[in-house]
Design a protein around this ligand. Sequence first.
Ligand SMILES: Cc1ncc(COP(=O)(O)O)c(C=O)c1O
Length: 430
Amino acid sequence: MQLLKKKNADRAKKHIFAAQQTYYEQPLTLTGGHGTRVCDDEGNEYLDAFAGIATNTVGYGDTEVAQAVAEQAKKLMHVSTLYLTDEMLDLAEKISDIAPEGMTKTFFSNSGSEANEMAALISRLSKNSTDFLSLEQAYHGRTLYTVALAGQSNWRNFGPVVPHVAFVPSPYCYRCPLGMTYPSCGIACAKAAKRVIETQTNGNPAAMIAETIAGVGGIITPPDEYFKVLKETLEPFGTLFIADEVQTGWGRLGDGMFGITGTYGVVPDIITSAKGLASGMPIAVTITRPELADVFKGPHINTFGGNALSTTAARVTLEVIEKRDLIANAKRQGEKLLAGLRDLQKRFPLIGDVRGHGLMIGVELVLDQTTKAYAPNEATRMLEEMRKRKVLIGKGGRFGNVLRIQPPLIFDDNDTTEFLKAFEESLAAL
Ligand SMILES: Cc1ncc(COP(=O)(O)O)c(C=O)c1O
């Protein structure tokens, strides 16, 4: 088996682009899974607390989703956006029911990057402006436009990046970019959007895009009133607000289907999402009001967008989320995880901050509580230590020092207990 593992690393080196980097010193080859467990090619079973980057909403091998996809595959897989299917229309109607009132239209694509491209396009056309606002530490995908919207130098690693994007300080309370303290700051970071618009744009930016919680940036979790203040700041300029719910959508934050409406109580102009919607089948959505959706007259094609397999998987995933009350479960397990991790924080000075909502949790590692020096090597070692204890987690943050815990929404009490035990042992081992 060791030989096989080596062989896979060699095969990847030979045939996969070098830019596609994997976790772990010895890359992990995954072969199958069930529920919250995933197996490797050496017969090891792991508790997966990263879910294919916050994507495997209902876990591995869910029979309802798998059966629906298999049935659909026999009937009709693909026709392209040149034709209609009931599967696509059923999902569009369902999403319109879930979305905030008036957001009745959806454009289907295949990835979060594409969903954000469409959001940017309709904003540009609607406002007749090519200027944008984004957040420091933001991540919105890997196309040219979405790389231009990235607020992290390591993810701005190709160019030329043409669109003009001005960056607003992020709501990163643990390392406030303005050197202030919450709540006495009065959410100055959101109010700073005014100054950014006035000094760094044409005065009429088409839109501001923001992740509800910045995932790749290190689970940067805004204070409760942040988005209300941000929206009020944008309103006088007529700047549209795009909520990137690629990671935070479909119940992950434990307060309704979307974090921006459920957790933060704000209705954006456009919602983009992808990842967890179809439990692992590729799908993405750009959701908005008719007047914004229809500003773009086309023609436009997305060959695989809204294909019958992905839309079927999405429809069943949404049904499962509702039927099994997975949003409430995300809240419950999230609270337990946060409490357990905060307890560990008191005993392990390596933990600088614990933050998040529902099953989107970040643990920021620092070398020193006072200087808050980044601890990226320790974060890498934590991933390895957790792997030894058969638990998978993720990593993020501009300096790679934030551990990311974003498990399937079916994580149960036993999973949470097992996770916290492995986390404590891994910290101790470090
Ligand atoms: C917030 C956010 N937006 C957009 C994307 C891009 O999604 P995709 O990789 O499906 O293009 C990601 C991916 O991690 C993301 O986290």
